[in-house]
Design a protein. Structure first.
Length: 272
């Protein structure tokens, strides 16, 4: 048997991606049970009866047509095996990577999106080992503060990276101490970006720590335009995403860890 053509491989992948998992199982079970002597019309009819959606039927029929053109003398076992392998890979990919949009602002019923504060609280409350929180402004978020306190109480290692009022040179008026207090900050690792480590333009203006994200247990990632402020989490127009992906989480953690290791980010207490 010759290797499958790129066109046939693409159609196998298309079916695995398009059909819901339950329908994929139905197709695979039907292909497995079909008598090897049934060809063409008989196979198509049996599968069509099992698929309620027109597009699903067409995708599967296109796959069968390609198979019968390329391997007219072969049975369906190899095709069933290839489709089962593709379905497994697709299921694992979906399990490893999930993404949900999150939103602050008007949210019409016909376009419902997850609220920013809900997504961030879910991430914090789910953390069991390590939690990274990064934000420019931090102010007046008692529910977030309570969730972080609970995380610390259950043994989660908490790292906070934020813009401090002294380092912002007036860009923000409130900071970490006013929001979280010593009970949280004394148990967390708090990093800031010192003025001396920031690039400046020709006029002497320096950059800001403007990133906003969170990572929990090296699996869950929260990215958003929203700061950790009451306005950003409840009133502004803000958009972001809640993502489950280990590779992305590891890349974000590595980036901030490297910045700390080379001294670009420094512990807050060293600047006092």
């Amino acid at each position: 048997m010759t290797p499958l053509s790129p066109q046939l491989l693409a159609q196998i992948r298309n079916v695995a991606q398009t059909l819901p998992p339950a329908m994929l199982v139905t197709v695979i079970e039907n292909l497995t049970s079909i008598d090897m002597g049934i060809q063409g019309y008989g196979v198509s009819q049996q599968l069509c009866q099992a698929l309620p959606n027109t597009q699903w039927r067409q995708d599967v029929l296109d796959l069968l047509s390609l198979w019968q053109v390329e391997y007219p003398a072969s049975g369906l076992f190899a095709l069933t095996t290839a489709l089962a392998a593709a379905a497994h890979c697709e299921a694992e990919s979906r399990r490893e990577l999930s993404l949900e949009l999150v939103w602050t602002g008007p949210n019409p019923q016909f376009t419902p999106l997850r609220r920013t504060d809900q997504a961030l609280l879910q991430l914090i409350r789910s953390a069991q080992e390590k939690l990274l929180i990064v934000s420019f402004a931090v102010y007046k978020v008692p529910e977030i503060a309570d969730a972080l306190d609970d995380a610390l109480n259950r043994g989660v290692s908490l790292q906070i990276i934020a813009e401090a009022p002294d380092e912002s040179e007036g860009k923000i008026a409130y900071g970490l101490v006013a929001t979280f207090g010593p009970d949280i900050l004394d148990r967390a690792q708090v990093l800031v970006w010192p003025i001396a480590q920031r690039p400046k333009d020709s006029s002497g203006r320096h950059g800001s720590l403007h990133a906003k994200c969170a990572v929990a247990d090296g699996r869950w990632v929260f990215l958003s335009s929203a700061n950790l402020t009451h306005y950003a989490l409840t009133l502004n127009l803000e958009m972001g995403a809640l993502i489950h992906n280990r590779a992305l989480a590891a890349e974000i953690l590595c980036q901030f860890q490297t910045l700390a290791e080379v001294g670009i980010l420094c512990p807050l207490q060293l600047l006092n």
